[in-house]
Design a protein around this ligand. Structure first.
Ligand code: GDP
Ligand code: IMO
Ligand code: MG
Length: 464
């Protein structure tokens, strides 16, 4: 099976978990967008690994690749590699890094952290905006090809010299006279990375067109998600890459018709960073102050059940462990949003949804947005500018009680029918609202906590 995996909301849907699970059926797992702004968590063999740039397939010992449209931070690559080994997994597959990928340099990170975007957009400060800007400039960019080629030193010197004003303005260097030394320092660090990376560098496009012809299977791992896409997302509060399924084909130069398109939909949306979030519970200024482990008291839980939405949002955040895998920031939480999901389903031409983290909603009453409203006007479309649009919730309140460990194990074994009735009601409404079936339901972070049996069959029946 060839498949492309994308996120349906604003990221952190559990792409890492699902890619790791599906990797057993793939020959290659390929990241196709973004950089180390991503944080993909895998829980397997009792160990947790968070990967930022290495594709999740590395855990299952698969061949992995970093695509041509990616932003590549060599330091993170080695840190990810070490984290995998330290957790006891063996890296036995091939590693391919596309020569066309762009290298994240220290000044990109400094400019991102010190620039306007970090505050206004709430970026991950990984240098993504600045490296994307250089890529678009075509004059100040440094590719993986440049990094491993003989004239890397001249290239870095020329780029740093061209950036003199920007580097002085943001105090990346104190004086113009320091520029040469700054370039030398970067060269000295990055040429060491280059020496270690050289044997991994090649062309994803040729490799994968050939592999597909030879009947090999590819799993394409998206990072970020549809609503953070640089074109289709909630601009300007987006990342700087194409995060959609179509983006995967364009970025890798391969035939998307050979791929199944799977979107990961978290049972409730989350968002980390600034930007509109129609179904948000509570408000971001307060959420920002919250710390991991601030569990709710029994009285607070009762209040949340009785309708205190701020507390309900906090409860979901704490139970779901919604703290950034890359930055540790608290993630904003919200009610399910069928308007956003219909939009995501359309943009990605989704074949199947995978629902994740549905266990987190157990014991919590919730509703789902079915439309938006502004000044008495109603829409079921996802507006480009979300200012002022408020969610219109469906009449139904969903609720089921928490499953016990043995009920969860039984559900994994028996399949879809063994899931709680309230949960299935929510899944049915989601499926019929969007018109796309579900193939898996994830009920825990561990690889094995996934219900697959009869899920596609039953959810297809909803659409008849
Ligand atoms: P990604 O960026 O889409 O790969 O997602 P992240 O790894 O950033 O965030 C997802 C978090 O949820 C991680 O901590 C996962 O271990 C965890 N997770 C994934 N699936 C499930 C699930 O079904 N239930 C629960 N409770 N946690 C999950
Ligand atoms: P994964 O792959 C969630 C968000 C940032 C910020 C905006 C722009 O783990 O789902 P950037 O550093 O890309 O310039 O930041 O995008 N963002 C993510 N949010 N998950 C991610 O990746 C994200 N990658 C970037 O928080 O709002
Ligand atoms: Mg993440």
């Amino acid at each position: 099976m060839n498949a492309v995996i994308v996120g349906a909301y604003w990221g952190d849907e559990g792409k890492g978990k699902i890619v790791d699970l599906l990797a057993s059926q793939a020959d290659w797992v390929v990241r196709f967008n973004g950089g180390d702004n991503a944080g993909h968590t895998i829980v397997a063999n009792g160990k947790q690994v968070i990967l930022h740039i290495l594709p999740a397939g590395v855990i299952q010992g698969k061949n992995v690749a970093i695509g041509p449209d990616m932003f590549f931070n060599p330091k993170t690559f080695f840190a990810d590699y070490d984290a995998v080994v330290k957790a006891g997994f063996r890296i036995i597959g091939k590693i391919l890094i596309d020569e066309r990928a762009h290298v994240i340099m220290p000044y990109h990170i400094a400019l991102d952290a010190g620039g306007e975007a970090s505050g206004k957009l709430g970026t991950t400060k990984r240098g993504i905006g600045p490296v994307a800007k250089d890529k678009a400039s075509r004059t100040e960019d440094i590719t993986v090809h440049d990094l491993v080629s003989g004239d890397f030193k001249e290239k870095i010197k020329a780029v740093v010299a061209a950036k003199v004003n920007e580097l002085l303005q943001h105090k990346v260097v104190e004086r113009a006279a320091d520029l040469n030394r700054y370039a030398e320092e970067i060269y000295s660090e990055y040429s060491r990375y280059a020496a270690k990376l050289r044997s991994y560098v090649g062309s994803c496009t040729y490799t994968f067109n050939e592999e597909l012809k030879n009947g090999k299977s590819l799993l394409l791992e998206g990072a970020q998600a549809t609503l953070l896409d640089v074109v289709h997302g909630t601009r300007p509060y987006v990342t700087s890459s194409n995060c959609t399924a179509g983006g995967a084909a364009a970025n890798l130069g391969i035939d998307l018709r050979k791929f199944k398109i799977i979107a990961i939909v978290k049972a409730y949306p989350t968002r980390v960073g600034e930007g509109h979030f129609p179904t948000e519970l509570g408000n971001y200024e307060e959420t920002k102050k919250e710390r991991k482990g601030e569990m709710l008291t029994a009285t607070e839980k009762k209040k949340a059940i009785d309708g205190d939405l701020k507390l309900l949002g906090k409860w979901i955040r704490q139970d779901g462990g919604e703290f950034g895998a890359t930055t540790g920031r608290p993630r904003r939480t919200g009610f399910p949003d069928f308007v956003a999901l219909r939009y995501s389903g359309m943009i990605n031409s989704v074949d199947e949804w995978v629902i994740t983290k549905i266990d987190v909603l157990s014991g919590k009453p919730f509703r789902a947005a079915v439309a938006y409203e502004k000044d008495g006007r109603k829409t079921t479309r996802f507006p480009f500018k979300l200012e002022g649009w408020k969610p219109v919730y469906g009449k139904k309140e969903y609720f089921w009680r928490q499953m016990s460990e043995s009920e969860e194990t039984a559900a994994v074994k028996k399949g879809y029918d063994a899931l709680p009735e309230g949960m299935k009601e929510y899944i049915r409404d989601l499926v019929t609202a969007i018109g796309i079936p579900v193939s898996m339901v994830s009920i825990g972070p561990q690889r094995e906590k996934t219900v697959i049996k009869d899920v596609l069959k039953r959810t297809r029946e909803y659409l008849k």
